[in-house]
Ligand binder design. Structure first.
Ligand SMILES: *Cc1c(COP(=O)(O)O)cnc(C)c1O
Ligand code: SF4
Length: 357
């Protein structure tokens, strides 16, 4: 077993283990007690000891609500859904999503090192994937990429694809490379943030050998960019991997101009390009984590005046109801009517996003 796998096996998955490390609030404890009664209906709980070490007993610590569940998760608000991106509608094969003409998405793993409470892809089995079945699905998806020449990029996500051991990952990447030597590979992973020891020299070399390959991480707060995380990033960059970051705008975590500005500066220093800042998706039970769109718009308008182009992420939203990913206009911002933002989306059609201020 590699060091990161040992670390993973020591992660915290129960209330008892968690309470040995952290004093829980009433609302957090309630989630566990309620959860015990109905384990199937909720996003699983797990946190790495590394990530937990970044928190303290302060219930308002900015990293805390990303990983410690609260009872609010059981309150679905109007418009929220289990599949807010409607990915089910765009899936030509198991594990494959083809929603945008030139890009496909392959879901390579159904578990993560920890479960982000704001996650929009909430159908986890929490189990390790059977590598035979996974590679069979990957083989079919690779054949699909071979037949669909309009596809130029393959996104590999999940779950967290870096939960897979190196040799499974190598076989998977090789299948796609063999079918399409020209395809651009992108891996979406939170490992540099939540378990930086996963980014071994061996993994960096493996990923570097499949260039052009981009790794897209999800740093949401400057406190996540620890020396260990920065070393993980440097390892990947040095191996020839290009690093980008997608953040999610989260209430009480990073919903201030100052925090996003520091995050952007620190990312650039770590050779990670700020790519997207996402307005929260309408995933079931996440309303207490969503920052209102008015906040995102005001943060972005002031960033645009103060930051370099390199340091400024694009502010985007997945238009609720299946409209796809879309940039939120800033000058002028979308109209607010009757509790909704009216966003002119693809083809000029108007899409509604709740005005939750
Ligand atoms: C986000 C996403 C992509 C990639 O979109 P970019 O804007 O190119 O980053 C591709 N496919 C699906 C299904 C997605 O959700
Ligand atoms: S790492 Fe990504 S897929 Fe996994 S829980 Fe977090 S947001 Fe969801």
């Amino acid at each position: 077993m590699e060091e990161w796998q040992k670390e993973l096996s020591r992660r915290i998955c129960s209330r008892e283990e968690l309470e040995a490390e952290l004093e829980l609030t009433g609302s957090e404890r309630e989630w566990f007690l309620r959860g015990d009664a109905d384990p199937a209906a909720r996003l699983p709980f797990a946190v790495t000891r590394y990530y937990l070490s970044l928190l303290d007993d302060n219930p308002g610590h900015p990293l805390r609500s990303q990983v410690i569940p609260r009872i609010g998760e059981f309150h679905a608000s109007p418009g929220e859904s289990r599949d807010p991106l409607c990915e089910g509608m765009h899936s030509p094969l198991p594990r494959l999503v083809h929603r945008y003409e030139d890009r496909i998405l392959f879901l390579a793993a159904s578990s993560c090192a920890l479960y982000c409470r704001h996650c929009f892809r909430r159908h986890f089995t929490g189990e390790n994937d059977d590598s035979g079945a996974l590679l069979e699905a990957a083989g079919k998806a690779a054949a699909y990429a071979g037949e669909h020449r309009e596809v130029r990029e393959l996104l590999i996500s999940g779950g967290d694809p870096l939960m897979l051991p190196d040799n499974t990952l190598r076989k998977l990447l090789a299948l796609f490379r063999a079918a399409r030597p020209d395809i651009i590979l992108r891996i979406g992973t939170r490992m540099p943030v939540v378990l930086p020891s996963r980014i071994t020299e061996g993994l960096a070399d493996l990923l570097g050998s499949f260039a052009p390959l981009y790794v897209i991480s999800q740093f949401n707060h400057p406190l996540e960019l620890t020396p260990a995380a920065a070393r993980a990033a440097a390892r990947l960059s040095n191996a020839g991997v290009v690093l980008l970051n997608q953040s999610v705008l989260l209430r009480g975590v990073n919903d201030s101009e100052e925090t996003i500005r520091r995050l952007s500066a620190d990312l650039l220093s770590a050779r990670i390009l700020p790519y997207y800042l996402f307005q929260g998706d309408l995933a079931s039970g996440t309303s207490h984590l969503r920052a209102p769109m008015s906040k995102g718009i005001s943060i972005m308008r002031s960033l645009r005046q103060r930051l370099s182009g390199l340091a400024t992420p694009a502010y985007a939203v997945d238009l609720p109801g299946g409209g796809g990913k879309w940039l939120i206009p800033l000058e002028p911002p979308p109209e607010r009517v009757d509790g909704f933002y009216r966003i002119r989306g693809p083809g000029g059609r108007i899409w509604l996003y709740p005005d939750e201020e």
